[in-house]
Design a protein around this ligand. Structure first.
Ligand code: COA
Length: 137
């Protein structure tokens, strides 16, 4: 809820209404997906989640957010590494991040983990691991 308007667009590709964000957060901690948070003094300052593909449970999509005042301290990178490690433990073989073309921070962060960044449907897809091409253009 502390994400600002631009952050919400980068994270959700639109600016969802507050109640939808609350529903999203509730589902994220309740439906069995992998969620990793960075906590400081009782407050969550960054969070990452891994959602398994409904058709292929060994394929997953990663998404992250770090609060603005907590950025550029390595939290994003630590979250990404923790999510990759957790995915490996759960036998995921392919992870993807879908990133808006103007979200250079996330593209740069993704490049720390993979050189496979490609355009698909106007967005940037960063791929980690052995992904069989789905509908890449
Ligand atoms: C993308 C995001 C998660 C990065 O979090 P962070 O904690 O600042 O990331 P880190 O401090 O670990 O940075 C790791 C690397 O990412 C890149 N990076 C991070 N922020 C950047 C920025 N503003 N501009 C350019 N590169 C950036 C850099 O390569 C950085 O390494 P460096 O600090 O050694 O140069 C954060 O900016 C964010 O929450 N953005 C809004 C939500 C969002 O875009 N989510 C992604 C949806 S897929």
């Amino acid at each position: 809820m502390r994400l600002d308007s631009e952050d919400r667009r980068f994270r959700f590709f639109e600016e969802p209404e507050e109640f939808l964000m609350a529903l999203h957060a509730g589902a994220a901690v309740a439906d069995g997906r992998i969620v990793v948070g960075c906590e400081s003094e009782g407050q969550i300052r960054g969070v990452g989640e891994l959602l398994a593909d409904a058709q292929d449970p060994r394929r997953g999509e990663l998404a992250f957010s770090v609060e603005r005042d907590w950025r550029r301290r390595g939290l994003g990178r630590a979250l990404m590494q923790a999510m990759i490690d957790a995915a490996r433990d759960k036998s995921f073989r392919c992870l993807e991040l879908e990133i808006l073309p103007d979200n250079l921070a996330m593209q740069n962060l993704a490049r720390r983990f993979t050189s496979d960044l490609q355009r698909r449907n106007g967005n940037v897809i960063a791929t980690i691991g052995a992904c069989v091409t789905k509908s890449r253009v």
